[in-house]
Design a protein around this ligand. Structure first.
Ligand code: GLU
Ligand code: ZN
Length: 298
């Protein structure tokens, strides 16, 4: 008898050390997949060298370990996966689903973010071009899915997004392409991540259809907000987690996720807190809101 095993992942971009918001994503994806008796993989999304901070990957991995968040198997680095992204583009090219685009920033700005397919029939060459995916060919209707936290979500790609970029003019692959190719490659069955990526999911579902991949289950968490109501992030100068407070960080993250940890848990070890977290993990207790203020100290 073979049972399809559950596989989850945490996929940080190495733009800086973990902060409270990214710890919450790591912890939630870990507890959820362990509750399903699955494997938890870590993938470093290092395909955007200009945004990368030297040493950040190593720091993130060390912070995960300090929090007892031990991953299964080897860490996957997207920077080593470029041949597979090219192969996926080739597959899409054979289906005539992609085309080159030479629209400049100014033209894109005048469109207000939704690309109008201007270059689709121009037969432009690869040189100095971005590669876009035609969203109107396969399954032209709207993309819809049931998020296990946020509920039903729908987006019509033609009207709300337009033909989106899979490879930039500078040759870098887009997050949307790399994430879909790698979630498939790693056999990911459950995707738990921040609500800031909720509106990327329909693009990813569409790409999965174009490439003939299976659709994983999705869960989007509220993001942790700073006092200005913005998502905690490197760009907003979110503080890196303080070393030697791992048990406290995990306990606070469980509280924030409204898992209702008992007060005594705060004084236990990292591994005891995690094992309580797995046993008592209840997705339905997570609020289905886009954001929640981070605790003051973070
Ligand atoms: N690398 C992305 C980020 O750090 C997350 C990708 C994902 O979970 O799909 O925001
Ligand atoms: Zn164009």
């Amino acid at each position: 008898m073979s049972v399809l095993s559950s596989i989850g992942r945490f996929a940080p971009s190495p733009t800086g050390p973990l902060h409270f918001g990214s710890l919450v994503s790591a912890l939630a994806s870990y507890l959820d997949i362990k509750k399903r008796q699955g494997q938890w993989l870590v993938r470093i999304e290092d395909i955007d060298p200009p945004r990368e901070v030297p040493g950040a990957s190593a720091t993130i991995l060390q912070q995960l370990e300090a929090h007892g968040l031990h991953w299964d198997g080897a860490v996957l680095y997207q920077s080593e996966r470029l041949p597979d992204y090219l192969a996926a583009l080739d597959q899409l090219r054979q289906k005539d689903l992609i085309y080159f685009c030479q629209c400049n920033r100014q033209r894109m700005q005048s469109l207000g973010g939704i690309y109008d397919s201007h270059c689709r029939y121009l037969q432009l060459t690869a040189e100095n071009s971005a590669t876009r995916l035609n969203v109107g060919e396969i399954n032209a209707e709207c993309q819809e899915f049931n998020d296990l936290i946020m509920g039903q979500y729908q987006q019509c790609l033609r009207a709300e997004v337009g033909d989106f970029v899979l490879r930039r003019r500078d040759g870098l692959f887009s997050y949307q392409l790399a994430v879909v190719v790698d979630d498939h490659y790693q056999g990911i069955t459950h995707i738990m991540r921040g609500s800031d990526l909720l509106d990327s999911t329909p693009r990813q579902l569409y790409l999965q259809q174009c490439l003939g991949y299976r659709r994983p289950d999705y869960m989007h968490l509220p993001v942790a907000l700073n006092t200005d109501g913005q998502k905690l992030s490197k760009q907003n100068h979110a503080a890196a987690l303080t070393p030697h407070q791992e048990a406290h960080n995990l306990y606070t993250a469980l509280l924030w996720l409204q898992q209702e940890p008992p007060a005594e848990l705060a004084h236990l070890s990292v591994s005891e807190i995690l094992s309580w977290g797995i046993t008592h993990w209840t997705i339905s207790k997570i609020p289905s809101t886009m954001g929640i203020s981070a605790p003051k100290e973070f």
